[in-house]
Design a protein around this ligand. Structure first.
Ligand SMILES: CC(C)(COP(=O)(O)OP(=O)(O)OC[C@H]1O[C@@H](n2cnc3c(N)ncnc32)[C@H](O)[C@@H]1OP(=O)(O)O)[C@@H](O)C(=O)NCCC(=O)NCCS
Length: 194
């Protein structure tokens, strides 16, 4: 398991279906995603069926559940997708699903742990992400974790009656290792889990 200062990342399980559906169709959350459509139980079940079987080496994809490391509350999911080992690249994704838990530092911490996993375990060279230009909270959280804004795709998403740009951000392994050199960790298990 991988720990941050506040979160624990663990394998996603099919039994997480109800955890996901509890908050997943809230518009405040969905409007930040590149595919802002409501998800039915069957759609989510199918996604979960594939997600829990995916491996970075076989499918170029790894998805974790995010939990509060002290209370074990399920907070959301995070992923590295489109992993290409020959180039050492992957796309980062995250969703904290309960809006009552946004802005509490979980996103920055999760992002940092996923970068640690991508650079320290998978030996990736560069990790990138796409974020809606109006998702200022997301952009700020990613910058705090070390991502830099490197580009803008114009009018990529039609949502709420308008076209919106998508911001591209990335971080190189060497940049992450300046802050977290080999042998360092983002966080530790709580004392009762060591
Ligand atoms: C995006 C997301 C992962 C960020 O995680 P989070 O836990 O909410 O964010 P954090 O608390 O770690 O950091 C948020 C930062 O943004 C700042 N912020 C919040 N709203 C802001 C705004 N409107 N403008 C600028 N900064 C803002 C906060 O003050 C904080 O920065 P600070 O620590 O310097 O004060 C999370 O909000 C989320 O999952 N949202 C729903 C789905 C989503 O957006 N997914 C990402 C799609 S790319």
């Amino acid at each position: 398991m991988f720990y941050g200062e506040k979160v624990k990342l663990r394998p996603l399980e099919e039994s997480d279906l109800d955890n996901i559906l509890k908050h997943w169709n809230d518009w405040e959350i969905r409007r930040t995603l590149l595919l802002p459509i409501p998800m039915s139980r069957v759609m989510e079940q199918e996604w979960l069926h594939n997600a829990v079987r995916s491996s970075p080496f076989k499918d170029g994809r790894v998805i974790f559940a995010i939990e509060d490391k002290n209370t074990h509350e399920f907070l959301g999911t995070t992923s590295l997708e489109s992993i290409r080992f020959h180039n050492g690249t992957a796309e980062f994704g995250i969703a904290i699903m309960n809006k009552a838990r946004l802005g509490m530092g979980y996103g920055t911490d999760t992002t940092t742990v996923m970068l640690w996993y991508g650079f320290h375990i998978l030996n990736l060279h560069s990790i990138y992400l796409r974020v809606m230009e109006y998702n200022k909270r997301g952009i700020r959280a990613y910058e705090k974790a070390g991502f830099k804004q490197v580009g803008r795709m114009r009018e990529q998403v039609f949502n709420e009656g308008k076209w919106h740009d998508v911001i591209i951000m990335d971080i190189l392994q060497a940049e992450f290792l300046e802050k977290f050199p080999p042998g360092t960790f983002v966080g530790e298990p709580p004392n009762n889990q060591k």
